[in-house]
Design a protein around this ligand. Sequence first.
Ligand SMILES: *Cc1c(COP(=O)(O)O)cnc(C)c1O
Length: 366
Amino acid sequence: MEVPLLDLKAQYATIKDEVLAAVSEVLESQRCIGGPKVTELEEKIAAISDCRFAVGASSGTDAILNSLMSLDIGAGDEVITTPFTFFATVGCITRTGAKPIFVDIDAKTFNINPELIESAVTEKTKAIIPVHLFGQMSDMDPIMEIANKHDLAVIEDAAQSITSTYKGRKAGSIGKAGCFSFFPSKNLGGIGDGGMIVTNDEQFYNRLFIMRNHGSKPKYYHKYIGGNFRLDPIQAAALLVKLPHLDEWSEARRRNAANYDKKFSGTIVQTPYISPDCVSIFNQYVIRVPRRDEVMAHLRENKIGCEVYYPIPAHLQECFKYLGHKEGDMPESEKAAKEVIALPVYPELREEQLQYVASKIEEFVG
Ligand SMILES: *Cc1c(COP(=O)(O)O)cnc(C)c1O
């Protein structure tokens, strides 16, 4: 049997005619930048995120970059985040000229450990970027408390957690803004790159809106230096077809996750911990196992897709050497990087495929 980590073709088969029609509609209109599809998607993503406003972005990365630039963050500033994240989070901080300040993760959730944040705050700190990893939101109450106390902006990196909740509140709706990615492997994935920023702050929304078009308002008059951070309407059209399915797809991921949990119970496999405060959308189902690399090789020999998110924590990346970190600085992130494996959890995964994956792991770890 073959089990890919993600099977986008299986999903596409269920919506192909609608996607083709929606893309064709954009092509026929020749409205190739902005337009009604982008606006409609922004309104709908804002609504499902319990936010008043949304601004499309060219990618999840550019959603984060626009957010930081719209906060006027730059050289001399510090931004607190987790080292156990996709590169984009930290890449964007450094691209503004600001310095990333790393705070280690909570071993159970893989998200930033709020207890370690306050001691990282200095007079240079401008913002905190909690990353809602693998589909589960960070522990937002203590994060917001620290942020409010020190007057810091919170930008939620919700690239992997659209519609996920914390104490009933939606990802992106708690901080100053939330950033989503429509990279094809995300729960709501486009047919190319795309992203979005949601916010409840009207003034901030206006700034994000201007910044995504080179900071121009009115046209050709630049009060700010922005970028080309626009979401393209072909992506918006395809995403509008997929959006009505998002909840049922996330539900199917949760069912698969629960099924794995059951199969691994009583084994040495450490299954994901989901806080009682959270509903995860399981963008990834990530386990911890001893002898991780051997387990992965075994899975791949048996044609099972699996991946390590993420093998090198940001503080140990070569490009961030100038920050002066060394191994041991972020022990929980480093340990996680050595122990985690993401397993196939996509909505179309069939019971016999899931059973096959679980059995191949069990037969190896005993
Ligand atoms: C995917 C992702 C991003 C970046 O999104 P892109 O659309 O690929 O630019 C940022 N942060 C996290 C945590 C992600 O998973």
